[in-house]
Design a protein around this ligand. Structure first.
Ligand code: XMP
Length: 482
């Protein structure tokens, strides 16, 4: 039976009404918000788990800027766990298990490890874990003989400055300044290597005061898993690698499959890791995932820039209405909502947060940055990067290619019905510049709405609906861009 359907709106259909504001400067607003039940972020932006958006470099940059990145799952589980480890090790005041080689290893071994792990120094320990020396890129500068043993080129133990386990940051800083060193190995009373402090990590703490960090000072990172195949084993490996949250990644999150996977992962891993589920677009979806124990729920069926689900399947809910409905259900369940997809400009972030989202997930706007995977392409003198839907044909072809390389991710291409496209997006430089603009816009929107905090923004939000003429008026018009 056909019933007159309700109208659902999206970001471009509405504007927020300005109100009398006490806020003198955009700097005076606080954008802190929960990513999940137990993880707060200073910057409520999450980079999407897409293979053209988030791998370790993007996740590191996002966490430094106060947000969080979700490593995509379209790689072998070993590679994904390795990506998580890269983020967790990238910056921590005290590195607990620094990379170490034996004095009998070769210069070639050291260079390989440095290259693989993106590190500039390796500690040298004997078979009992006793510190024997350090090898830095300076020691290897003009070293062309790959077979030379590390013991011949390293800085030996007797010339090293070390500190005892438990050394605090201030003492470490003094030692760095006094001895003009960059790496401080921590040893126990027997001279066994127990950790490492680097001057770079301490410097970054000053440089990125809002960074999202766990209670051990490591950058936070989330990682995606599917709902079939190796997903349980993958979830275990990712947790062991240090992932702060797992994102159960399925287009139709309000499905028996998703609920089964959520239960199975929770059963296996317990409460130690946050579980994000989705995607849904209804209150019922939020209710069911929350009841199954989700710690955050992604909302968005078809709003993404590269999505064609609504065209192909005829299914979806315009994103603003979906967020409003899901956020109300999320409030009842005590679960934060991630508004996923369809953010085209910073104003859309303000609208999403005002509608009740706790964070927004972004693909397209971040895919064009230096930190996203993939190379930069030049066309007609302009630079681009690729952004593609994970349900696109191109993504399926890539998965099949990996399968033929033995990574077990393949699918039958003949039966693929793409629900995404592959596209070029303008190169946008460093992700820091993009996030500065996006968060600057959110701060501005909050000050127009007299909101010092995200909950205040939601309380103060008064939306008006626009006509087509209103939309035309909202962007530049009657002028030629220079
Ligand atoms: P934006 O608009 O930020 O959206 O680029 C990113 C989000 O889009 C979703 N996504 C897809 N949706 N088919 C879809 O229907 C796809 O192939 C696809 N790939 C990504 C996803 O939720 C992402 O975070």
């Amino acid at each position: 039976m056909f019933v007159e359907p309700p109208i659902a709106l999206t970001y471009d259909d509405v504007l927020l009404v300005p109100r009398r504001s006490r806020i003198a400067s955009r700097r005076n607003v606080d954008t802190c918000s929960p990513f999940s039940r137990r993880i707060q972020v200073a910057t409520p932006v999450v980079s999407a788990n897409m293979d053209t958006v988030t791998e370790a470099d993007m996740a590191i940059a996002m966490a430094r800027l106060g947000g969080i990145g979700v490593i995509h799952r379209f790689m072998s589980l070993e590679t994904e766990a390795q990506q998580v480890r890269k983020v967790k090790r990238s910056e921590s005041i005290f590195i607990e298990n620094p990379y170490a080689l034996h004095p009998n290893n070769t210069v070639g071994d050291a260079l390989k490890l440095m290259d693989e792990q993106g590190i500039t120094g390796i500690l040298v320990t004997d078979e009992h874990g006793l510190l024997e020396g350090i090898l830095t890129s300076r020691d290897l500068l003009f070293q062309e003989e790959m077979h030379v043993r590390i013991r011949e080129v390293m800085t030996p133990r007797e010339r090293l400055i070390t500190a005892p386990v438990g050394t605090d940051v201030e003492t470490a800083k003094r030692l760095f300044a006094k001895h003009k060193i960059e790496k401080l190995p921590l040893v126990d009373e027997h001279g066994k290597l127990k950790g490492l402090v680097t001057s770079k990590d301490i410097y970054k703490r000053v440089l990125f005061p809002n960074a999202s960090k766990d209670d051990r000072g490591r950058l936070r990172v989330a990682a995606a898993v599917g709902v079939v195949g190796d997903y349980l084993e993958r979830a275990e490996e990712l947790q062991a690698a240090g992932a702060d949250a797992l994102v159960i990644d399925i287009a139709h999150g309000h499905s028996e499959n998703a609920l089964r996977a959520l239960n199975a992962i929770r059963g296996k891993l317990g409460d130690a890791v946050e579980l994000v589920a989705g995607n849904v677009a209804t209150a019922e979806g939020v209710h069911d995932l929350a009841a199954a124990g989700a710690d955050a729920i992604k909302v968005g069926v078809g709003p993404g820039s590269i999505c064609i689900t609504r065209i192909v399947a005829g299914v979806g809910v315009p994103q603003l209405s979906a967020v409003v409905e899901c956020a109300e259900a999320g409030d009842k369940a005590g679960v934060p909502i991630i508004a996923d997809g369809g953010i085209q400009a910073s104003g859309d972030i303000t609208k999403a947060m005002a509608a009740g989202a706790s964070t927004v997930m972004i693909g397209n706007l971040l895919a064009g940055t230096r930190e996203s995977p993939g190379v930069t392409i030049t066309r007609g003198g302009r630079k681009f990067k690729i952004c593609r839907g994970m349900a696109s044909l191109e993504a399926a072809v890539q998965r099949q290619h990996r399968d033929s390389m033995g990574q077990g991710l393949g699918e039958d291409l003949d039966s693929v019905v793409p629900e995404g496209v592959e596209a070029m997006v303008p190169f946008r430089g460093d992700v820091a510049e993009v996030i500065t603009q996006l968060v600057g816009g959110l701060r501005s929107g909050m000050s127009y709405c007299d909101a010092r905090t995200i909950p205040e923004l939601r309380r103060n939000a008064q939306f008006v609906r626009m006509t087509e003429a209103g939309r035309r008026e909202s962007t530049f018009h009657g002028v030629e861009l220079v």
